[in-house]
Design a protein around this ligand. Structure first.
Ligand code: ADP
Ligand code: MG
Length: 685
């Protein structure tokens, strides 16, 4: 009997070469093989009488081979095997190209199932190269629901189906199963063996549904347990008690009135910091919702308690902006604010480090420079990071380690539907800022085609003439990239605009291939108003504030997800000026059009992200697994919401009964969670 961890090479029919191809699909051992679930299925369980076949159908036919197959050579190297098959209703011609061995396999007088595409000419019906199996033999690709797998070069469906069959048989009595029996029973879930068999080779659609439900539940249950355990262990971590000063004093000194959502988030955070446990909170809010104020309030609380705070931003420009904004918001109080970035002159840096170490500054705002070895704090009590996707968990952890269990506040502008937030940030408490400051103008949004290009150029010029600035966003960096669809590339397009359309204007270009320092230089000159037009890739997506920018033009807008378009649009409308977003697209398909329509009609980031999920599904939504959760094999975090809720409830219930997972029946679950932690240590810990 094979073991789940056995190398895939030991499976019959899999040699070195195929093993290498399978590795590209993430399959290197038996466990990975049987957990490689079908992408979809083809229902080949119905037989169609020959007389009922129509041209273009793909169908299963149960028929007898009526004559000895004939082999002929038409041209040099081209071999044909021809035969005729019959059932009660009629006859069908079958031809195989270049598979002469089939002449030996198909025997006159035997009945087979043929599956293939039908051609009808007059009343002659035929199939070319149909798949076939003996009617009375073992059948894996005809007469049933057949799995369809994602493939790679060198691996065919037939090969993978065969390997799957053998793989399942090899490990039939040791299938991976991490569900405690009592949970499986209460949820009325089928047995593992049934689930694995039917997810690959469903007996019928009902069996497939049962199998899916069990496997999805199991995956989400394990994840829920893992995340809950992190949360449980975190709650126990003690934190510095920061007693809450009179917040009214803070609010009344502001130049504006904090929104209800801001006040709630601040109250949440203040309560956390006073609780004696370490705060671990995510503040989530649309662009422009005023997250910085929440940070400022927390910093003030820490300062009043005689403690220090650190604020880390992903780029130098953002660090500069936050430094300015926070200095302004904290101006009414006697708070010393310092800045620390990589590009600072050495002398200034030394002095700053000294001030941080002595505790003279209450707040330091900076980039990754903050996690450098030379940085020491006197009493760091609060760590704030902005735009969390841009930081690795390790970087955040490095900053946190400079204090003794400091409170942490993470700010993210990626709106995530509520149903998902709990899952994705299972280890964080979440405050949502779902209200924009009053008087915010809507960014007028237009989806347009090529025929509007000259008018848009005129409009761009008009904005610049009025003293405003314009962003142009392109999907590709330069011409050397593979670009079959002829998408706009930032470098060439910037040149084109500078020479042909706007030779009199100042145009800059920024993209991900530039060095960080060069990127910052171009961005800074745009911020300072030295450039009229900035042609960029999505690098500008991260919250840079240019209040004078009033127009963002997105080229090949169909290339972006809604949430991404929303982020890009958020680059304008940040000042007093009426702002616009133009989405260029020649896409004709309905889905792309529907997406751009949503952008024209909605400016609510949460609504947009929900639409995005509906249209694209979560895989795309999260792009390159930005959310940092372990990859799901079968569960879909967005559409399987009901099972997700059931799994979460079951996980809560189980952990209440057995928080340390000591019971015998929970050992496999515990082992699975440990495995998950080991594989995803960076994200889960
Ligand atoms: P984001 O959530 O995108 O980080 P910011 O904190 O940068 O948003 O705030 C965006 C702008 O809105 C800033 O100029 C800030 O001063 C302003 N702002 C924040 N809160 C309010 C409020 N309650 N009323 C008016 N303006 C506000
Ligand atoms: Mg911000």
């Amino acid at each position: 009997m094979a073991k789940l961890n056995d190398d895939i090479r030991y499976l019959k029919g899999i040699g070195e070469q195929r093993a290498n191809s399978l590795a590209k699909l993430g399959i290197t051992n038996l466990r990975e093989l049987i957990s490689y679930f079908p992408r979809t299925y083809e229902d080949r369980s119905h037989y169609v009488p020959i007389a009922a076949l129509s041209d273009g159908d793909t169908a299963c036919v149960r028929a007898m081979v009526a004559n000895e197959p004939t082999l002929s050579r038409v041209r040099r190297g081209m071999e044909l095997v021809k035969l005729r098959a019959v059932d009660e209703s009629g006859t069908m011609d079958i031809t195989y190209f270049n598979q002469s061995y089939i002449k030996q396999q198909l025997k006159a007088g035997e009945s087979y199932i043929f599956y293939g595409r039908v051609s009808v000419e007059g009343n002659r019906r035929s199939m070319v190269n149909p798949v076939f199996e003996l009617e009375n033999g073992e059948r894996s690709v005809t007469g049933r629901i057949v799995p369809v797998y994602r493939l790679t070069a060198g691996i065919s469906q037939k090969l993978l189906i065969g390997a799957m069959r053998r793989g399942l048989d090899e490990c039939a009595n040791q299938l991976p199963d991490s569900l405690p029996e009592s949970v499986a029973e209460r949820q009325k879930l089928c047995k593992t063996s049934y689930a694995y068999e039917n997810i690959h080779f469903p007996a019928d659609l009902g069996a497939l549904e049962l199998a899916r439900r069990r496997l999805i539940f199991e995956e989400l249950f394990v994840l829920s347990c893992a995340l809950s355990r992190i949360k449980l262990s975190r709650v126990k971590k003690s934190g510095i008690i920061v007693s809450t000063p009179r917040l009214e004093e803070f609010f009344s000194a502001l130049p504006f009135i904090a929104t209800g959502a801001q006040q709630r988030a601040i109250a949440d955070a203040a309560r956390d910091m006073a609780s004696g446990c370490a705060m671990n909170r995510l503040v989530q809010g649309d662009v422009g919702s005023g997250k910085t104020l929440v940070a400022a309030a927390c910093i003030w609380c820490a300062h009043e308690g005689g403690l220090q705070s650190a604020f880390m931003a992903p780029t130098e420009i953002l660090a500069n902006q936050h430094y300015d904004t926070l200095s302004r918001l904290l101006a009414p109080y006697d708070i010393k604010v310092a800045k620390l970035t990589g590009s600072m002159p050495a002398k200034q840096k030394r002095e700053t480090l000294e001030l941080i170490k002595s505790g003279e500054v209450s707040l330091v705002v900076g980039t990754h420079a903050l996690i450098g070895d030379a940085v020491e704090f006197d009493k760091l009590a609060l760590v704030i990071t902005d735009e969390q996707h841009r930081f690795g968990v390790n970087q955040r952890a490095a900053l946190i380690s400079k204090g003794h269990d400091p409170h942490t506040l993470v700010m993210s502008a990626t709106p995530i539907p509520r149903t998902l937030a709990l899952m994705l940030y299972g280890d964080l408490d979440v405050s949502v800022i779902d209200e924009l400051p009053p008087g915010r103008q809507k960014v007028d949004t237009f989806a347009v085609g090529e025929e509007m290009r000259q008018r848009i150029y005129k409009f761009m010029r008009k904005q610049v003439e009025q003293g405003r600035q314009v962003f142009v966003v392109c999907p590709v960096i330069d011409e050397n990239e593979e670009n079959p669809q002829n998408l706009k590339s930032a470098k060439e397009y910037a040149k084109e605009l500078a020479t042909i359309e706007f030779p009199d204007l100042k145009i800059g270009c920024v993209h991900g291939k530039l060095k960080a320092s060069e990127k910052d230089k171009v961005m800074q000159s745009f911020v300072d108003g030295e450039l009229d037009i900035l042609v960029a890739t999505t690098v500008i997506e991260v919250g840079v504030d240019v209040p004078n920018a009033s127009l963002v033009v997105v080229e090949n807008a169909e290339r972006y997800g809604l949430s991404q378009l929303h982020q890009l649009r958020g680059r304008v409308g940040r000042g007093a000026h009426k702002s616009y977003c133009v989405l260029f697209s020649e896409a004709q398909n309905d889905e792309a059009k529907a997406r751009l329509k949503v952008m024209e009609q909605t400016s609510d980031g949460f609504k947009i992200s929900e639409e995005d999920l509906k249209l694209r599904g979560p895989g795309d939504f999260f792009g390159s697994r930005q959310h940092g959760l372990p990859e799901m094999h079968i569960a879909d975090l967005c559409t399987d919401v009901r099972i997700l809720q059931e799994a979460q409830a079951a996980a809560q219930e189980l952990l209440q009964r057995d928080p340390e997972l000591r019971a015998e029946e929970n050992q496999r679950l515990k082992a699975r969670i440990d495995e998950l932690f080991a594989a995803n240590a960076a994200t889960l810990n």
